[in-house]
Design a protein around this ligand. Structure first.
Ligand code: IPM
Ligand code: MN
Length: 362
């Protein structure tokens, strides 16, 4: 347990500053003035345009030594590298690979008061977590692919035994800490892959199956990446924890978010052995930046994930209870239905949603 925890904040681009500052306001309300010490640092596409650096060394050093990093969003359309890839995304990707944040934890949960795009599903019936392997798979090729004479271009899908083992162990440990799938209460890890087609995914499945043998109390389940997109719509209550390679995890986590209110309800915790990066999974939404209309809830819920992760790491009940408080306040705001964010069909501004969460905390 520490007296004070050092948190780096990276506002970033687009709606990033608004949602990150909203989460800070909620954290200050939940934790008081001395438990957390915040340090704002530069990074993202806008900073790249001004300085030539998407992730300045001093920002990286601060993230490496802080207790956790809270990020708004990064990316400006049209700000790209020569190979056509977006500069802003490089902020996340450099942090993921350099801090070895191998587990990208994406809760998919339907809250009371939020209308699912899936008819007839109620709060509590959709409550699972996608664990996306975050440091290899198809993303290992970023910046390393081949371009021959602009005629032949390749990116390689990379899997390592260490990489698959550790994300599988993380997923089974997470299932042990959870309460099982809503449908049957069964602690379950679903391995999402295309083992029927590619040897890399057959390897992913085989290593996950080896790991599963250490967890007789957790059921292992398998689903091909195409099939799971149907199952996530037809039987979302079956899922407890889904583990997937990087690119598949990126895709199915947006689909999952779409079933529980959209990306405005998509928090994430990107975790390694020694570092954690917390951000909404929605991106920088430049079209609505600066208008106070973005939903801060994904970043606020990511801040709660940050407190819970820190609380568990440091056995600090103050942090765990603050995380509970924030999640409860978000639940109450949504259930009350008086402060509905724009992305859920309402007219509540970012600042108004933030103030409502703070009121419920108070
Ligand atoms: C995500 C985003 C990122 C990804 C981008 C912004 C780098 O889509 O976190 O889901 O592709 O992983
Ligand atoms: Mn994504």
């Amino acid at each position: 347990m520490k007296n004070t925890y050092d948190i780096v904040t990276l506002d970033g681009d687009g709606i990033g500053p608004e949602v990150c500052q909203a989460a800070l306001q909620v954290l200050r309300e939940a934790c008081g003035s001395s438990l957390l010490r915040f340090a704002s640092h530069e990074g993202g596409a806008g900073h790249y345009q001004r300085s030539g650096f998407v992730l300045p060394q001093e920002t990286f050093d601060a993230c490496r030594t802080a207790d956790a990093t809270l990020h708004g969003a990064a990316g400006i359309p049209g700000v790209t590298y020569a190979d056509g890839t977006e500069v802003g995304n490089d902020l996340h990707l450099q942090l993921r690979f350099k801090l070895d944040l191998f587990a990208n934890v994406r809760p998919i949960r339907l809250y009371q008061g939020v209308k699912s795009t899936l008819s007839d599903w109620k709060a509590g019936q959709i409550d699972y977590v996608i664990v996306r392997e975050n440091t290899e798979g198809l993303y290992a090729s970023r910046g390393a692919g081949v371009n021959l004479r602009d005629e032949l271009v390749t990116d390689t899908l990379v899997m390592t035994r260490k990489g698959v083992e550790r994300v599988a162990q993380f997923s089974f440990d997470l299932a042990r800490r959870r309460h099982g799938a809503p449908r049957d209460g069964q602690r379950r890890v679903t391995v999402c892959d295309k083992a029927n087609i590619l040897k890399t995914y057959a390897f992913f499945r085989a290593v996950c199956t080896e790991v599963a043998s250490q967890y007789p109390d957790v059921q292992i389940d398998y689903a091909y990446a195409d099939a799971i997109t149907v199952h996530m719509l037809k039987k979302p209550d079956f899922y407890d924890v889904i583990v997937a390679e990087n690119m598949f995890g990126d895709i199915i986590s947006d689909l999952g978010a779409g079933t529980v209110g959209g990306l405005g309800m998509a928090p994430s915790a990107e975790l390694g052995l020694d570092h954690g990066l917390f951000q909404g999974a929605h991106g920088s939404a430049p079209d609505i930046a600066g208008q106070d209309v973005a939903s801060p809830l994904a970043t606020i819920l990511s801040a709660a994930l940050m407190l819970r992760w820190l609380g568990d790491r440091h056995a600090d009940e103050r942090l765990r209870s603050a995380a509970d408080g924030i999640e409860k306040a978000v639940e109450e705001v949504l259930a009350a239905g008086q402060t509905v964010p724009y992305d859920q069909g309402g007219t509540a501004r970012c600042s108004e949603v933030t103030q409502a969460v703070c009121r419920h905390l108070g």
